[in-house]
Write a protein that binds this ligand. Sequence first.
Ligand SMILES: C[S@@+](CC[C@H](N)C(=O)[O-])C[C@H]1O[C@@H](n2cnc3c(N)ncnc32)[C@H](O)[C@@H]1O
Length: 231
Amino acid sequence: MEPLDRHSIIRSSWDANAAAWAQVVREGSIPSRRAGTDAAILAACLQQRPRRVLDVGCGEGWLARALWTEGVEVVGVDCSAALIELARSAGGGTYFVTEYESLIHDSSIAPGPFDAIVCNYSLFSDPLSPLLAALAKRLSPQGRLLIQTVHPWMTAGAGPYECGWREESFADFAAVFPAAMPWYFRTLESWIGELRAAGLGLERCDEPLDPLTKWPLSIVMHCGLLADSTS
Ligand SMILES: C[S@@+](CC[C@H](N)C(=O)[O-])C[C@H]1O[C@@H](n2cnc3c(N)ncnc32)[C@H](O)[C@@H]1O
């Protein structure tokens, strides 16, 4: 399958799954989110003491609302018109229907500078560096790109520790998701390589632990502009 096909399948899956996704997020029925990943990404954002945040792949907008409650100005973008409609109805930010591809090609969409740009479980494609570079250009000089994603060492169990396309069926979620979604499994080495290719460096990473199993729930990457990409 051509990568372009996968990109459009990823986007269309989120319109098909919008209602189910909003249900599981708003009912708090995703165990890892309850156990710590929501708190981890919110804390990572607030540590930045941001005035303006861009929420990339904001979904139904829970994180934008949580930041807005803390007095932060938030712009949320997502390709799913259905999810953006749900976010707008719930308030707490300014939301736009936008595909990542548009952010890459049109710097007038969601223009910076942002003190923090956050991608919470919203990066599924390959390559990522064109999008990451477009986000880097929207960061203020001291701004940070914050990425929370599945922990590569935990997720590798479903296959080899090698980059490659996999499929999420959403079978473990407490709602019926009509569409499966292709997603690109990425090793830590690959994450760091994509960041570097985009002029970003990994400054810090958090590994929030499941309080019961003491295994990582996710990885949160704090990324800053590399010195030679700010000139
Ligand atoms: C797993 S959801 C996460 C939503 C939200 N960040 C959260 O924490 O609940 C992934 C989101 O990324 C968005 N997304 C995925 N690929 C996209 C693309 N190419 N352009 C814009 N949005 C995209 C989806 O529409 C979906 O809302």
